[in-house]
Design a protein. Structure first.
Length: 87
C-alpha cells in the first residue's frame, strides 16, 4: 500500500511537469491552450509547472536516498537532523 501511495505522489508532479513541457512547446509553435489568452503567459505557466514538477520529483528522490544513506557526503543530513529522526 505504501508503494502505491508513493507512485501516486510521484505521478501527479510528473504529469504536471509533462503538461508544462507541452504548454511551452505549444506556445513556441503558436498553438493556444483553451484557458490561456497570451502565448507569453502560456510559456511562463508551462515553465513554472515543469520546474515545480521536476523539483518535487528530485527532492522526493534526494530525501529518500538521504534516509537510506545512498548520497554523497555533501548531501548527507546534518547530525542533529538524524537525531530528530530517531525520536
Amino acid at each position: 500500500m505504501a508503494r502505491l501511495l508513493a507512485v501516486i505522489v510521484l505521478l501527479i508532479p510528473g504529469i504536471a511537469a509533462a503538461y508544462g513541457i507541452k504548454m511551452m512547446r505549444d506556445s513556441l509553435f503558436g498553438i493556444p491552450v483553451a484557458f490561456m489568452t497570451n502565448m507569453t503567459f502560456q510559456f511562463i505557466f508551462g515553465f513554472v509547472l515543469m520546474v515545480l514538477g521536476v523539483g518535487f520529483f528530485g527532492g522526493f528522490l534526494l530525501r529518500r536516498d538521504q534516509r537510506k544513506g545512498r548520497v554523497q557526503e555533501r548531501f548527507q543530513l546534518p547530525p542533529e537532523a538524524e537525531q530528530k529522526k530517531d525520536d
